[in-house]
Design a binder for this molecule. Structure first.
Ligand SMILES: *Cc1c(COP(=O)(O)O)cnc(C)c1O
Length: 355
């Protein structure tokens, strides 16, 4: 605390990311990173930029990366906004699109960065409770609002809803922006990006993606939003009033190559889905109750063992998962899907703990 902090800084409760412990030989299943490396083509592309040209600023527009993203998704490059990770993109979205006279709506259990941005930017928000089975019920969002945002699949539950639910919501929600955070979409969720193609692109739907999860580039910091060109223009206005060069040369080059390597994405995502299926079966055999997941993590609880205790017992065995101390979900563990070997170690440790 310093008396030189501005008033808003004194009121902030910053987001706390999952820990990045420096200990060796940990089974790290707490921050939803990919257990596999990024595309080798991305690593090679980064290498080509590792030279004296680093004295020069990068392309402030990221035109080549926008082009690659637009091509992959069948969009126009003016429908793409780039950021230094999707958290950075989301900050621009809150500041530029979701700060309105009515409150922004999001689920009561969701990505905990959303209320943090609201606080930072002075945005009023209202939370909408998840259903009995931790599902998002889009009909509850059909109320006057200054914007709607939720991840699909939701975090930390891993549950997704079909695109048709979002289309129905969009049809009635004509007066504010609907933002779908698709950080985990590649593990079995229907993307809303197809709705943005061509002349039918709605003027108020924005879809946010990251290269941190399925493209295994959390360390490079690249995310993007896609939507109507006018929405993108709004985000660009915020960006160019804040930081003209959010993406460095290495990041732009690596991201282009990663986006172009769809085969690597498909192979690694498929492997994660296989490991998830096996892990869920094994945990449920041990008596765990696991929410249906279409993400690279699962949300699970044991009716006879407290979440906090399991978290600590796993930690004592060098296995790090995530536990949230909020009401309604403090019995759950959020476990990132790792390799088959890591899954094996997790299940073995849990058998020991439950015994
Ligand atoms: C991981 C995550 C992000 C942000 O990832 P970046 O690394 O900042 O791109 C955004 N939204 C959700 C729901 C996430 O889980």
């Amino acid at each position: 605390m310093s008396r030189f902090w501005s008033p808003v800084v004194q009121t902030l409760t910053p987001y706390v990311p999952g820990e990045q412990p420096q200990m060796q030989r940990l089974v790290k299943l707490n921050t939803n990173e990919s257990p596999y490396g990024p595309s080798p083509r991305a690593l090679a592309a980064i290498e080509t930029q590792n030279n004296d040209d680093l004295r020069l600023y990068p392309d402030p527009e990221g035109a080549a990366l926008k082009q690659a993203i637009a091509k992959l998704h069948g969009l126009n490059p003016n429908q793409v906004f780039l950021g230094n990770g999707s958290d950075d993109v989301l900050a621009h979205v809150f500041a530029g699109l979701l700060k309105q006279s009515k409150p922004v709506h999001f689920p009561d259990i969701t990505y905990s960065f959303y209320p943090v941005y609201c606080k930072l930017f002075g945005i009023e928000y209202k939370t909408v409770p998840l259903g009995e089975h931790f599902e998002i019920n889009t009909s509850q969002y059909k109320v006057p609002n200054g914007g709607i945002i939720f991840p699909n699949p939701n975090a930390p539950t891993g549950r997704s809803i079909p695109r048709s639910d979002i289309e129905t919501l969009l049809a009635s929600n004509t007066e504010s922006v609907l933002v779908i955070d698709e950080a985990y979409v590649d593990y079995g969720t229907q993307s809303c990006i197809p709705l943005l193609r061509g002349d039918a692109c709605p003027e108020n739907l924005l879809v946010v993606h990251t290269l941190s999860k399925s493209r295994a580039l959390a360390g490079l910091r690249v995310g993007f939003a896609v939507g109507h060109p006018a929405l993108i223009e709004g985000l660009e206005r915020v960006k160019n009033s804040f930081n003209s060069y959010p993406l460095g040369r290495l990041a732009q080059a690596g991201a282009i190559a990663a986006i172009e390597d769809q085969t690597h994405l498909e192979q690694t995502s498929k492997k994660v889905i296989q490991t998830r299926t096996t892990l869920v079966d094994e945990l449920n055999t041990l008596g765990f109750e696991t929410l249906p997941s279409t993400a690279n993590f699962i949300f699970t609880r044991h009716p006879k063992h407290a979440g906090a205790k399991l978290y600590q017992a796993l930690r004592d065995r060098g296995i790090i998962v995530r536990h949230f101390k909020s009401s309604r979900i403090d019995e759950f563990l959020r476990i990132t899907i790792g390799t088959d070997e890591q899954s094996g170690e997790l299940v073995a440790a849990l058998k020991e703990i439950l015994a």
